[in-house]
Design a protein around this ligand. Structure first.
Ligand code: GLN
Length: 303
């Protein structure tokens, strides 16, 4: 597939052409330091090959992309019981919206906004200590990626803990509505640490293969659950930009405020793209652009 390799190199060149990189997230001080003028893309194909271009050796903060992994783990532990605590509807609001949580009386709209991911993190914690739950999350991600070389950046986690006032507000509201089993401090300690996982686009594309559903892919969850996780990624994976992402890119995806996006072509490929500058929805600006072009060129779509 020389063709795909040359498309990826072309996307990398195009990304570096023009200086509208978008704005990096500033509310986590460690992320505000990242140079926005970076771009990487990796595609893990169902036949086992990994093709990539750009800054694909640079590990970045995957942030909300871990919400897909923690949801898979929470569903594995609790099954459909989880849905009594969190919904499955697009939010139409920013990832860290507070007002909606009050409107919905403490049941977050979906597991991919912050409030929902705080609940799934609480579910993954159960009665365990954060260290044990984080161990399970890292093991899952490493098994999916087929790499032991994936770690949490403690400085990023500490930086977010020190400035995470909105997430503390969300967690305390959840607790006030009786939707947290552990203390807000314990749940957020775990949440901030799994958000601070770092991966290269190559590692992330490999880790996403468990959502592709192909014979040579890691079988970490059932095919039915794979379809459901993909459905949630499509409808909720980009917050209030989810409709726009589905319209322009046409496949399920999950973004993170570090500028990464994991996108899945069912049965065919797992794609990771990274460029730290964000668009107005808080999703990677150049990353979204590149995915839109890639899926158009490859005719990759779920529609
Ligand atoms: N850790 C970040 C937060 O809770 C994740 C947000 C994101 O990636 N959109 O705010």
């Amino acid at each position: 597939m020389a063709d795909l390799t040359s498309i990826l190199h072309r996307l990398d060149r195009d990304a570096r052409d023009g200086d509208d990189w978008g704005e990096v997230a500033r509310y986590i001080p460690e992320l505000a330091e990242v140079n926005p003028a970076q771009f990487a893309i990796s595609v893990a194909l169902a036949d086992g090959r990994l093709l990539e271009a750009g800054d694909c050796d640079v590990p970045f903060s995957v942030q909300s992309i871990t919400k897909v992994f923690t949801l898979a783990i929470a569903l594995g532990r609790s099954g459909d019981q989880l849905w009594t605590r969190v919904g499955r509807e697009p939010s139409g609001r920013a990832f860290n919206s507070i007002v909606q949580l009050e409107q919905e009386d403490g049941r977050p709209r979906n597991p991919f906004i912050n409030a929902g991911a705080i609940v799934t993190t609480d579910e993954v914690l159960g009665r365990r200590q954060p260290r044990e739950a984080l161990g399970e999350i890292i093991s899952f991600v490493r098994a999916a990626a087929g790499s032991e070389d994936i770690f949490i950046n403690d400085a990023v986690a500490a930086s977010e803990t020190a400035y995470g006032h909105r997430n503390f507000a969300l967690a305390h509201f959840l607790a006030s509505r009786d939707n947290l089993r552990n203390t807000p401090e314990k749940v957020l300690g775990t949440y901030f640490h799994h958000c601070a996982l770092e991966m290269t686009t190559g590692q992330l594309a490999m880790a996403g293969r468990f959502l592709v559903d192909g014979p040579a892919m890691p079988q970490l969850v059932s095919p039915r659950r794979i379809r459901r996780l993909n459905a949630l990624m499509l409808t909720c994976g980009h917050y209030d930009g989810s409709g726009d992402f589905a319209y322009r890119v046409g496949i399920p995806g999950k973004s993170g405020v570090g500028g990464g996006i994991l996108a899945i072509v069912p049965g065919q490929a797992s794609i990771a793209v990274w460029s730290p500058g964000l668009n107005r929805y808080g999703n990677s600006h150049k990353g979204t652009e590149a995915l839109a072009r890639l899926t158009t060129r490859m005719n990759w779509t779920i529609f």
